[in-house]
Design a protein around this ligand. Structure first.
Ligand code: GTP
Ligand code: ZN
Length: 194
């Protein structure tokens, strides 16, 4: 890997010792050898670098506090229900480092505060861009809304496709997983998210 690329990766992960990045690159080259590939052939030469670079995006959530987005708040003028549906997200399953992706839906009954609508996708992606399981992602999103906005109640539904069970393993093409989290007293909120 040339020095310019190495420096670039160092800038993406400022707290990380450069030798660690070298170790990852060497590891990926070894993986290519294990599967019978030539790490030096032209098409693969830059792939370890690209992988480490792409991983900075997949793991962007570790370098932010997703709850901060919900701190942009306005006074609630009513206790009427707010529903935001079909928020897209991309995540990585922590067992296989395989992509899982889908949509999240949120609903809440404001108490004294509301937040900007765009803050929900920002917050959700802050939790999604980590190594995750869908259940934890759903719970983290619900807890963040409940604890930062202090609503009367909130509900979160996540629908996702896990490539670790559609593109390998069980090969369950077309399967999807739905997870639900409710905080506060009003489980009826879920009916708005179907
Ligand atoms: N509950 C839950 N399981 C997940 C999630 N993402 C992946 N998994 C599962 O994690 C499990 C890991 O099982 P293991 O038996 O340790 O791994 P494996 O041998 O690769 O399993 P297979 O995927 O069945 O081939 C698999 O059943 C995956 O479907 C998730 O978000 N939530
Ligand atoms: Zn998986």
């Amino acid at each position: 890997m040339d020095q310019i690329k190495k420096t670039y990766l160092g800038e993406l992960y400022p707290e990380v010792d450069e030798t660690k990045i070298d170790e990852v690159v060497t590891g990926i080259e070894s993986l290519f050898e294990i599967i019978g590939e030539d790490p030096n052939r032209e098409g693969l030469q830059d792939t370890p670098y690209r992988f480490v670079k792409a991983f900075a995006e997949y793991s962007q959530g570790y370098r932010e506090d997703p709850r901060k987005h919900l701190e942009t708040q306005f006074a609630a003028e009513s206790h009427d229900i707010v529903v935001v549906k079909d928020i897209p997200f991309e995540s990585l399953c922590e067992h296989h480092l395989a992509r899982f992706h889908g949509v999240a839906h949120v609903a809440y009954i404001p108490n004294d505060k509301i937040t900007g609508l765009s803050k929900f996708p920002r917050m959700i992606n802050g939790y999604a861009r980590r190594l995750q399981v869908q259940e934890r992602l759903t719970a983290q999103v619900a807890d963040a809304i409940f604890e930062v906005l202090n609503p009367e109640a909130c509900a979160v539904v996540i629908e996702a496709t896990h490539s670790c069970m559609t593109a390998r393993g069980a090969m369950a093409h077309g399967s999807s997983t739905k997870t639900f989290a409710v905080r506060g007293a009003d489980r009826n909120l879920l009916t708005y998210l179907n």
